[in-house]
Design a protein around this ligand. Structure first.
Ligand code: ATP
Ligand code: MG
Length: 173
């Protein structure tokens, strides 16, 4: 049914999960659709996509709290930030304002026991019909994979980083 949004997962260890989601955002925006991106992980550096988001109509971009970083000494703070981010995700999904919501790196919430996977499954099950959701991140829970319509596992064949080459502006961030 064309009117029914899709649930898409990009997982695996290879590069391209977040950028493929953003490519889909670009595609949706081109059709005049409304897109929301929520990022659960805090990355270092000035990400080009975040700069671009501020200049792009119909695209709302949120970094949950300050983002969490898997700070082992302060796991409680990471958990709180993750839960705040999930509350925001729920609000944006339920708003029925968007055509596409991207939950970037959300797979880490159940993986690190910050949130029960059932909460994400409930959110997906109760989403507005027309809404599409993309979930990204490594180690996607099998129960998420099961309820998704489309799942890609991106495999890493090699990555420049492993040869000691630093992250490149415009490619990695
Ligand atoms: P991208 O944002 O480039 O699409 P990704 O979302 O698939 O990457 P993440 O696991 O979210 O990958 O990686 C975060 C950062 O690490 C990004 O800058 C990404 O380019 C880089 N990266 C991705 N895969 C690898 C890898 N196999 N080895 C080293 N660095 C990686
Ligand atoms: Mg990513």
């Amino acid at each position: 049914m064309t009117d029914t949004g899709r649930v898409v997962i990009h997982t695996g260890n290879g590069k391209g999960k977040t950028t493929a989601a953003l490519g889909t955002a670009f595609r949706a925006l081109g059709h005049g659709q409304k897109v929301c991106v929520i990022q659960f992980l805090k990355g270092k550096g000035k990400y080009g996509e975040r700069e671009m988001a501020g200049k792009t109509a119909n695209l709302d971009w949120f970094i949950c709290g300050k983002g969490f970083v898997f700070n082992k000494e302060n796991i409680e703070e990471d958990r709180l930030v993750a839960l705040e981010g999930f509350a925001l995700a729920k609000e944006k999904v339920e708003s029925d304002f968007y055509d596409l919501v991207i939950l970037d790196e959300i797979t880490y919430l159940p993986h690190y026991n910050f949130l029960e996977v059932e909460k994400i499954i409930d959110l997906i099950r109760n989403k507005p019909k027309r809404l599409s959701i993309i979930l990204t991140g490594r180690n996607a829970d099998p129960r998420l994979i099961e309820i998704a319509d489309t799942v890609s596992v991106i495999e890493s064949v090699k990555h420049a980083y492993e040869q000691g080459i630093k992250a490149r502006k415009g490619i990695e961030f």
